[in-house]
Design a protein around this ligand. Structure first.
Ligand code: GDP
Length: 459
């Protein structure tokens, strides 16, 4: 199925364009080694073993040296793409890289499309679709957590889980389809009870994968964190303290932090993406009202809320009302008592009722900031990641899993309604179809185009 035969050889710069220490140009296709050999002076590359590197010069037709390079050759299928591949390391000048690219195109290579190397790896069965997508995620990884999730998927952890599920279902689908051949004789090869049990088992696994998406998504894109609180509570000051730079406009005027300022920090290898909000107050002011509405929307969607109040001027009643609203949202929160530097004595004991939710800080004097970070990390509860559980990080996979789940519900309903095998088979096939979309057993050109066009050229 993966046997798309590519007849042309593609070339692209694999490194970031511009000036650097070295550049790497990659060629892949049946003629990759032959094409390089036409312009390479040194050993005869076509006579060398795979996985070897050779020093030489690359020359234009008139003998002009373009650069001294190192050519590493790979024979398919033992390469990233599964095809013959050459990686040329040259000096890191954009001019030299351009000259080399032009030269390779003159002697038979074609400039690669975005993601085409990885697409060929997929076509040649070196990677399934979920693994190919993980390559893009790995390149984009910006924290330990996102790296680990992408690495696990690229190395096939997720694909293995999906494959196991498919195999079990395929077995049942074929038993049921066998029954259809004997339909006159009223036999049951596939016990309905066994099938139901299997489906419950599959649904349990799929449900865990679906549930992992919110965490997986958080790992990939950062924990959406809202800093909320009334105007002047010190939200901008806290954000600045956390970002350690003037990203938010700190203002003494109440309610001027109207726009959402999104920024990120890394705590213990996890990215927290801050969404600064306009505050939680009731207001008649139209602009602010929209801001407040948006604040609630953002807070509902957040994975963590840091709710700030001015410890020097808030009463326990003020804060209680806010805490009730927070509890109703059901999002983990930290109740941040700010401006403790301004308290004439300790914060009133009444506030102890908020227990472990409460944290006393001074955003301005930077007291308690580290503890706030530790609490944040603790609250998002990322232990699941360390244990190496499979994590769904891709919205496309999430969607396919949900559709699989729905199709499996239909199978269960069908069994309960004592539907005939042919109807059950349709729903089982439908769940197989959706599972197959994840790893690429089932694909369309549009889907592939959509996935690979998001890669950069050269990957
Ligand atoms: P926001 O409206 O919630 O974003 O509040 P700001 O961050 O703009 O802070 C309002 C005012 O409180 C500013 O004048 C800050 O300098 C001041 N402020 C913020 N945090 C502290 C603090 O920990 N101690 C003191 N004394 N003042 C603070």
């Amino acid at each position: 199925m993966h046997s798309t035969i590519e007849l042309d050889t593609i070339v692209a710069l694999a490194t970031v364009p511009g000036q650097s220490a070295i550049h790497v140009i990659r060629l892949s296709g049946p003629d990759a080694i032959k094409i390089v050999n036409k312009v390479f002076k040194g050993k005869d590359l076509e006579k060398q073993a795979g996985h070897t590197a050779h020093f030489g010069t690359i020359r234009q037709e008139d003998g002009t040296i373009v650069d001294e390079v190192l050519a590493t050759i790979f024979y398919g299928p033992r390469s990233y793409t599964g095809e013959n591949t050459v990686e040329i390391s040259c000096h890191g000048s954009q001019f030299i890289a351009d000259q080399l690219l032009q030269l390779f195109m003159q002697v038979g290579a074609r400039y690669a499309k975005a993601g085409e190397f990885t697409q060929r790896a997929f076509a040649n069965g070196k990677l399934d679709l979920a693994q190919a997508e993980a390559v893009a995620d790995l390149i984009a990884a910006d924290s330990h957590a996102s790296r680990d999730a992408a690495m696990q998927q690229m190395r096939g952890g997720f694909s293995r889980d999906i494959k196991k599920l498919r195999e079990k279902l395929i077995h049942f689908a074929s038993m049921i389809e066998l029954e259809l051949d004997f339909s006159e004789e009223d036999v049951e090869f596939a016990s309905r009870d066994d099938l139901k049990e299997l489906i419950y088992e599959l649904q349990k696994v799929i449900r865990a994968l679906i549930d992992s998406f919110s965490m997986g998504n958080v790992l990939k894109n950062g924990v959406p964190t809202v800093i909320a609180g009334k105007p002047n509570a010190g939200k901008s000051t806290l954000l600045n303290a956390l970002l350690n730079e003037e990203k938010a406009i700190v203002s003494e005027v109440a309610g001027t932090t109207r726009d959402f300022i999104e920024d990120e920090i890394n705590i213990g290898g996890v990215t927290f993406r801050f969404v600064d909000t306009a505050g939680l107050r009731e207001t008649q002011d139209r602009v602010e009202a929209i801001g407040v509405q948006r604040s609630y929307e953002k807070m509902k969607k957040a994975s963590l809320i840091m709710y700030m109040f001015d410890a020097a001027s808030s009463t326990i009643e003020d804060v209680k009302a806010e805490v009730e609203a927070l509890e109703a949202l059901g999002v983990p929160y930290i109740l941040v008592a700010n401006k403790i530097d301004q308290l004439s004595s300790e914060l009133s004991k009444e506030f102890d009722t908020f227990n472990e939710h409460l944290l006393k800080i001074s955003a301005d004097k930077e007291i308690g900031i580290e503890e706030l970070k530790e609490r944040a990390l603790h609250l998002v509860n990322l232990d699941k990641v360390q244990s190496g559980n499979t994590m769904v990080t891709n919205a496309r996979h999430y969607q396919s899993l949900r559709e699989t789940m729905k199709a499996l519900d239909d199978v269960i309903n069908g069994i309960d309604m004592e539907m005939t095998g042919d109807f059950l088979a349709i729903d089982i096939r439908s769940s197989l179809h959706h599972l197959g979309e994840i790893t690429g057993e089932v694909t369309t050109d549009d889907l592939l185009e959509n996935i690979f066009s998001k890669f950069c050229i050269g990957k």
